[in-house]
Design a protein around this ligand. Structure first.
Ligand SMILES: Nc1ncnc2c1ncn2[C@@H]1O[C@H](COP(=O)(O)OP(=O)(O)OP(=O)(O)O)[C@@H](O)[C@H]1O
Length: 239
């Protein structure tokens, strides 16, 4: 695909996707005929009841699970046709992921948590450059004065900001976030989302996030609703 074409192509195309698991010898149908198109730099919120399949869809988009029917294409890659090794490369080059519980490495400082992600994304980069990029990413989330702190010495909001810096340090085309404010109080959560949306806009990163918070969903460009494994587009109220 040429550079000119890729800038116009959707970042995500999910076409007629089914996801069925074998649970104790019986098929469990989790996602049914899912269709979703996301454009570069678009912010899409997925809402819906607990157990409806939101995280499963995010797993398929991350190439961490495989669809059992249909096709998932992200950044021009048909994920179903990639080997496990190729999927790992795809994730390193294309994705940032933010989780509800921050999943930082407890023994590493904020700088090294973010630096490690940079090193994994760009293995040949000199150490000084890696540290420079990590420090800049932490400064961008307002933690320039917390580089040497370990996660246990940081508040929940600060840990999530480290998680965001880690997800964004390699300038991913797509940021996936699973209830990124779920463990934070409302005010802290709003601050993290401000930073997330601000960084995404600045870097031209598309965002797909799962949330139970209607206020947060309302800030997305689009909202889609998952109900019992089926996805529907929700028209946002104007104003
Ligand atoms: N590996 C698995 N084995 C068995 N069942 C699974 C597995 N993964 C997901 N499920 C089931 O699939 C359904 C969808 O789960 P999923 O985690 O995607 O929902 P969700 O909408 O993200 O829920 P929540 O909002 O509570 O996080 C649930 O009923 C869940 O129990």
């Amino acid at each position: 695909m040429s550079a000119a074409n890729s800038s116009l192509a959707p970042i995500i195309t999910v076409k007629d996707v089914d996801y069925t698991l074998d649970v104790a010898g019986r098929p469990l149908n989790i996602l049914r005929k899912i269709n979703l198109i996301v454009q570069p730099a678009e912010v899409v919120a997925i809402v819906g009841p607990s157990g409806s399949g939101k995280t499963s869809l995010l797993m398929l988009l991350a190439g961490l699970e495989r669809a059992t029917g249909g096709a998932v294409t992200v950044a021009g890659e048909n994920l179903g046709s990639l080997s496990e090794d190729e999927l790992a490369v795809f994730r390193r080059k294309t994705l940032g992921i933010v989780f509800q519980s921050f999943h930082l490495i407890p023994s590493l400082s904020a700088l090294d948590n973010v630096g490690l992600a940079m090193e994994i994304a760009s293995p040949g980069m000199p150490l000084a450059k890696t540290r420079e990029a990590a420090a800049a990413a932490l400064a961008a989330v307002g933690l320039g004065d917390r580089l040497d702190h370990r996660p246990s010495a940081l508040s929940g909001g600060e840990q999530q900001r480290v998680g965001l810096a880690r997800a964004m340090v390699a300038r991913p085309k797509l940021l996936l976030a699973d209830e990124p404010t779920g463990n934070l109080d409302q005010k802290t959560g709003e601050k993290v989302i401000d930073l997330m949306f601000g960084l995404a806009r600045k870097q031209g990163t598309a965002v797909v996030l799962i949330t139970h918070d209607p206020g947060l969903a309302d800030r997305a460009d689009r909202v889609v609703t998952m109900t019992q494994g089926e996805l529907t587009e929700t028209t946002k109220a104007k104003g």
